[in-house]
Design a protein around this ligand. Sequence first.
Ligand code: 5GP
Length: 210
Amino acid sequence: MPTNKDGVMIILSSPSGAGKTTLVGLLSKYPNFETSISHTTRAPRKNEIHNKDYFFVNETEFKRLIKNEEFLEYARVFKNLYGTTRTPVINNLNKGKNVLFDIDWQGADQIKNKKLDYKLITFFILPPSKEVLFKRLSNRHMNDKFMVEERMNQFNRDVLHWINYDYVVINENLNDCMIRILNLIKAELDNGSKDYDQEFIRSHVEKLTS
Ligand code: 5GP
């Protein structure tokens, strides 16, 4: 049974290349923050560790988990399946831990619609400009111009989901962005005043999409 000592659910979503995974990694180092480890059918990238970055499974196993209703949410992203299993999340929340989710807008929508008895705060991370995004994606996918182009096109579609999140944060500088997120979480939990300008965000999105 949920109580007021429970942890909160904190979702971070973003278009590819906005730096969300790095942010989740930094936030997870704070006391009492746990990252939810997703299942995926995507192949591991080099440096990724099974059971730490993801549980890497095949489609048969993923479909078995769907059938057993083990997922809190799942979605197809870039041709692969990704999902969050319910039990570890609920166990951590019941222990008073704040759970961080690095998931896309489809998963965020599903969790929001579940209306669980735990507090939920959702963040959408944006790059400072399209030029910076292009540079970040080009560095990440050095030899794959097609991939960069695909992710830039996807960006134009993904960015439209900003409106469904509690807060949009611009990742110009990792540390500043992380502090901004922590301050907003603190303000939400303490019912304090929030340093947040929705109109500024709206005009930033307009610039990114024009
Ligand atoms: P990547 O393959 O680059 O690690 O992740 C691709 C996208 O899938 C990212 O936007 C990431 O946030 C999202 N993602 C990762 N895990 C999950 C999950 O469990 N559920 C959903 N819905 N999206 C996920």
